[in-house]
Design a protein around this ligand. Structure first.
Ligand code: ZN
Length: 260
């Protein structure tokens, strides 16, 4: 039974306690300052870096219902993400650092932005730049699907947003209410989906997957107010996947109809 698992697949962006993290760029040597304000969102230097060009990135063997191979699988995938995105950042001169990464088998662990929330598969905390990944029975039962990689690449997308000044800008703004805040959060989430698609697209040839694997992930997209409709999610993941570039992922300049 797959349907109930789908709810767990949506990565939750932990957005609490973010005051004071904006614009914390330490510019040394040749490094460029991290953009802020509207520039960070709509004209970010990361959009102009062209295609992602990671080295070949074959998936490690992974079996359903097996924690150990899933852990190894994810740590290799993380290496690929680090390598690919570090090179991408070097094209911008923006400072790059790797995210911290923790795997947990129970909800409730500390993420750095509060306890790991029920219903999430993985979270990114911008305070400590840490991805916490929940390997529960549900996702382990389909560990051979693309979900593991896609979810990790999505959370890594939030890390990219953090380093490029996008998250700090969104979190620094003042919102009167959820009605104002949710559309912005949705652009953040849809962008992370697109960034995950861009990364997967860029390593697709070395994955040895079938197109149906990719479609399965698209079809399983789970719609929420903060993550967008299934239609929007599929649009942005596919757009990233086809263009293999963060330049495809400017949700902040997209027409409203694309970020519902
Ligand atoms: Zn997210």
């Amino acid at each position: 039974m797959r349907i109930p698992l789908i709810a767990l697949l949506s990565g939750v962006l932990v957005s609490t306690l973010l005051a004071g993290t904006a614009g914390a760029a330490v510019s040394t040597g040749e490094l460029a300052p991290v953009p802020t304000g509207k520039t960070a969102l709509t004209a970010n230097p990361i959009y102009k870096t062209g295609r992602l060009e990671p080295d070949a990135c074959p998936e490690q063997p992974v079996y359903n219902d097996d924690l150990e191979t899933a852990e190894t699988y994810l740590s290799f995938a993380l290496d690929c993400l680090n390598e690919g995105w570090e090179y991408q950042f070097s094209k911008t001169k923006l400072p790059f650092s790797k995210p911290k990464f923790v795997i947990t088998t129970r909800i409730g662990v500390q993420t750095g932005c509060g306890k790991f929330p029920k219903g999430a598969q993985a979270v990114y905390c911008s305070l400590n730049k840490k991805i916490t990944f929940y390997l529960d029975k549900g996702i382990l039962s389909q560990a051979t699907e693309l979900f593991l990689l896609q979810t990790l690449a999505h959370e890594y997308g939030h890390h990219v947003q953090q380093l490029s000044g996008i998250l700090p800008t969104v979190f620094k703004r003042k919102y009167k209410n959820d009605k104002q805040y949710l559309p912005e959060l949705r652009k953040v989430e849809l962008q992370a989906e697109c960034l995950s698609g861009a990364f997967i697209g860029s390593i697709w040839r070395s994955l040895g997957r079938r197109e149906s694997d990719f479609r399965y992930v698209l079809n399983a997209a789970y719609s929420t107010a903060s993550h967008g409709t299934t239609k929007s999610i599929a649009y942005w993941v596919t757009r990233g996947f086809q263009q293999e570039s963060p330049g495809a992922c400017n949700t902040f300049s997209a027409p409203k109809s694309r970020v519902t």
